[in-house]
Design a protein around this ligand. Structure first.
Ligand code: NAP
Length: 484
């Protein structure tokens, strides 16, 4: 038997049936650590993609007629099934995304919590009644009933780094809002995506309501995003991919969660131990492959030496190694990603940055790297590495920190470390970002908080309630009462 024949090829779910593609082409998933492949997924054909979209369009009509309570029951049951499959799904996340096993397990549990909260939040979705008489004379006989209706078929495209959580964060709110979903997981994350849909299928998913599409984004992406039966695109991934989608998908509502370059701004009165601990864990956990990872430190000169020393100390507590050992820093998703990070480090070092710690590489594993005295002419000051490297930029004033923070093309989150709350709030108001964390690391969640990016970091809002609102549409019915 040849080596290829021993690889498990996962099927896709199309209109209630688990199937293999008629193209007979599969895509082998790479192991980030260079271990054997965890399996393969189907490279679906355009006609199978068309069937997935039209099947979802058909299924949505019945689903929209179900009560919120009936929809919520499917979601609750999905969360239960996910927990029953926790070990299998966590293992898949570990193997294809290279995430530490315990973090992968936490991702599954967090996702089940997310789905259950979404089910309950959806039940509380209601409209409003607007009294016409509160506007100009002559409108007192009018009432507007404003209701929230489903949008139709949501195309959910997710990234590799949280293949289960960020996929459910699109699918669950879409479903509770009465939509159908065509779900295209990241290829490097498609096995985890397939398993979570298996859990949903076991939970009693109506046929066609969520169809799974596997295949390379570069091959089937354009076809998916320009299909006339797609009513909304909910995408998480790189800014370049997001921008290209927004250019091609004309007149289709978009929710885009994209890249970031989140700064930690450390003021001279900050609790440096707390700041250093948050910077080390916020910057290096899961090897910095998080959209909200701390991706640069802006520190006032007077405290820079002390802060760098403390971050280095905290970095000693990071576990570097294999996902199976639940390491914090594990091999990056592929060699292209690792080469990119190495290139950014080399560029900074050539231009005079000091390596305070790290700068070692073994295959796709890059040791956590802290670069001091980074200046604005270095690429690492602006680019998103999506790897375990943090540049420290020393600033002379708070204004300089704000300016450098805002010069970035990105605007996801920012952290401010200071004991002066009033100043923190003032700085936060000036930062061009979706969220500001005062005395805490940048991070997504708790999942019911609103979550959004500005500039190249995104379009539209998410976070459980916001996500349901973003994937439903207001419908206004005006009652014109007879005047007595
Ligand atoms: P990516 O390369 O942009 O891929 C994301 C998704 O888009 C994958 O499913 C990919 O499929 C698909 N895709 C690729 N080309 C496409 C096309 N032409 N049309 C439609 N879909 C296409 O991003 P990634 O490397 O998976 O994720 C890392 C990035 O995501 C980082 O920049 C990170 O900051 C960002 N991110 C942002 C957030 C947030 O909430 N703001 C959260 C997590 C990650 P294939 O896998 O088949 O190529």
């Amino acid at each position: 038997m040849s080596e290829v024949e021993t690889i498990k090829a996962y099927p896709f779910l199309l209109n209630g049936e688990w199937q293999n593609t008629t193209s007979e082409r599969t895509i082998e998933i790479e192991s980030p650590s260079g271990a054997e492949t965890p399996g393969a997924v189907q490279a679906m054909t355009e006609s199978e993609v068309n069937a997935a979209i039209s099947g979802a369009n058909e299924a949505q009509k019945n689903w929209a007629r179900k009560s919120f309570d009936e929809r919520a029951q499917v979601l609750h049951s999905w969360a239960d099934q996910l927990l029953l499959m926790k070990d299998e799904i966590a293992e898949a996340i570990m193997k294809e995304a290279g995430k530490g096993l315990s973090s992968a397990e936490k991702e599954v549990v967090r996702t089940a919590d997310f789905i259950k909260y979404t089910a309950e939040e959806g039940k509380r979705l209601h409209g409003e009644l607007i009294n016409g008489g509160s506007f100009n004379a002559g409108s007192a006989n009018k009432f507007a009933l404003v209701n929230r209706n489903p949008i139709g078929v949501v195309l959910a495209i997710s990234p590799f780094n949280y293949p289960v959580n960020l996929s459910a964060a699109k699918i669950a709110p879409a479903l509770i809002g009465g939509n159908a979903v065509v779900f295209k997981p990241a290829t490097q994350g498609a096995i985890s995506g397939t398993l979570m849909i298996e859990a949903l299928d076991k939970a009693g998913l109506p046929s066609g309501l969520v169809n799974l599409v596997t295949g390379k984004g570069a091959e089937i992406g354009d076809h998916l995003i320009t299909h006339p039966l797609i009513d909304l695109i909910n995408f998480t991934g790189g800014s370049q991919t997001g921008k290209s989608i927004s250019q091609k998908a004309s007149m289709v509502p978009l929710i885009l969660e994209l890249g970031g370059k989140d700064p930690a701004i450390v003021l001279e009165d900050a609790d440096l131990d707390k700041a250093a601990a948050d910077i080390a864990s916020g910057g290096f956990s899961y090897s910095g492959q998080r959209c909200t990872a701390i991706k640069r430190v802006l520190v006032q000169d007077e405290k820079a030496d002390e802060l760098v020393a403390k971050i280095k100390e905290k970095m000693n507590g990071l576990k570097v190694g294999a996902p199976e050992d639940s390491a914090d820093v594990t091999p990056l998703i592929n060699s292209k990603a690792a080469d990119y990070v190495t290139g950014l480090i080399d560029d900074a070092v050539e231009k005079g940055a000091e390596v305070a710690s790290g700068n070692q590489r073994e295959g796709n594993l890059i040791y956590p790297t802290l670069l001091d005295s980074v200046t604005k002419d270095m690429q690492i000051a602006w680019e998103e590495p999506f790897g375990p490297v943090i540049p420290v930029i020393r600033v002379e004033s708070v204004d300089e920190a704000i300016n450098i923070a805002n010069e970035s093309e990105y605007g996801l989150q920012a952290s401010i470390f200071t004991k002066n709350m009033e100043q923190a709030i003032q700085i936060g108001n000036e930062l061009e970002v979706g969220s500001v964390q005062i005395n805490g690391k940048t991070e997504r969640g708790p999942d019911h908080f609103p979550f959004l990016g500005v500039k190249s970091s995104g379009v539209g809002g998410q976070g459980i309630r916001k996500s349901i609102e973003s994937m439903t549409r207001e419908k206004v019915t005006v009652l014109n009462m007879t005047q007595g």
